[in-house]
Design a protein around this ligand. Sequence first.
Ligand SMILES: NC(=O)c1ccc[n+]([C@@H]2O[C@H](COP(=O)([O-])OP(=O)(O)OC[C@H]3O[C@@H](n4cnc5c(N)ncnc54)[C@H](O)[C@@H]3O)[C@@H](O)[C@H]2O)c1
Length: 406
Amino acid sequence: MKTSLKLAVVGTGVVGQGVLHTWHHRGYTVNGYDVYEPTIARLRAAGFACDPMTQFIDCTADMVFICIATPQSEVDGAIFLDYMRDGLHTIGPWLARRHAAGHYPMIVMRSTMLPRLSESEIIPLLEKHSGLVAGQHFGYAFMPEILRETDANMDEANIWQVVIGALDERTGQTLVQMMGEILDEQQRHKLISVVPLAVAEASKVIVNTYNATIISYFNQMGLWLKDLGIDGQQAIDLAMRMCEGSLNRWYGTATGFPYGGKCLPKDVAAVLAMAHEQAVALPQLEATRAVNDHMVKLAENNEVPAPVKGGFRRMSAEMLRGQAVQAYDHYETLTTDKKSVNTQAEAPAAANPASAPAAEHSGNGHADQAVNGHAEHSHNGHSANGHRLPVVEAGRPTLAGSPSQP
Ligand SMILES: NC(=O)c1ccc[n+]([C@@H]2O[C@H](COP(=O)([O-])OP(=O)(O)OC[C@H]3O[C@@H](n4cnc5c(N)ncnc54)[C@H](O)[C@@H]3O)[C@@H](O)[C@H]2O)c1
């Protein structure tokens, strides 16, 4: 059942426009707000309600999605929050006004938050500027945004994992109901997760750093194999079909104990030794071993459990085959879809007319964008220009061994 909530979107750049489009087309009354006049004019011309932030105090929405720019500081790469603070300064008095009029306004943060940023900075500022108490007088949730800059509207409309970090039950449940409208019953049960705020915040940055890490990991493998005259992409594609890593938690994403058994420590060490002989650096694989060495020490001190004896449990063959066939079919479609590749290559310049206010910082620079841009790049780029990883001193490695290393 559709709720009759009125919505607002503050910050109508890439993410905000995705949110505005999506809820507008789902039949909601939704009003955008921004500080950048050309964006407001363009959205109005396209038939959306959009006003300057100076008029936000008169907003009559029940729920406000905040999608304000949080660019990267050029000084130290940290998240730059001044635009956000500026927006919260305007939103606070609005909260006070809505509360005084008998409402329970809800804030849903869609801008990327670092873990605990909502609790340490955003909510205190909202409380300070409104004189209210979060969770008592107004609601707050963080809903991570997993969209690509080049297909923001489509991704937002077709969200496939809904993570809701809710401070208060009412905001959490309202979002569950709203998101539930686009999912069938089984999906509602399996794809919507209501979790503590900080868990939702952490999940978002893990997605981006994970994507960044695997892209770099496979670039590293590709350059190493290129040095051996091997088609790295073909090997990686095959490896991915054999890997349970991203499907089976026990192989790929379990946390709390080192990897062990015979093959993982042995093969990591063997590849590192071989690459060292080739004078090819594999810094990420070195780091993989270093992290595991640390985990092994923690396990020896009984601070974490020891590696699982006898290996991890596999997923069923049926499940793995099914996933592999689906992934194969889908991958074929993606690689032959030239149109989508071209769109991705061309889109960023035109996609973000609203980014001008952030110009003095390093812009958006999101990992999401890097993922899109880079995915195609990594296939074509390094074989064309033949970049190599830094050369290391040849000879046997003198890497700190650990009890787990053969
Ligand atoms: N672009 C992506 O692919 C993507 C994906 C996921 C998450 N995010 C995150 O979402 C947030 C927004 O990113 P974006 O790409 O939409 O940025 P953007 O630069 O495209 O848009 C941000 C908008 O905020 C507006 N703004 C700035 N200060 C404001 C204020 N005080 N009040 C109202 N509006 C204000 C700007 O004018 C601009 O229109 C960031 O935290 C970003 O990290 C972005």
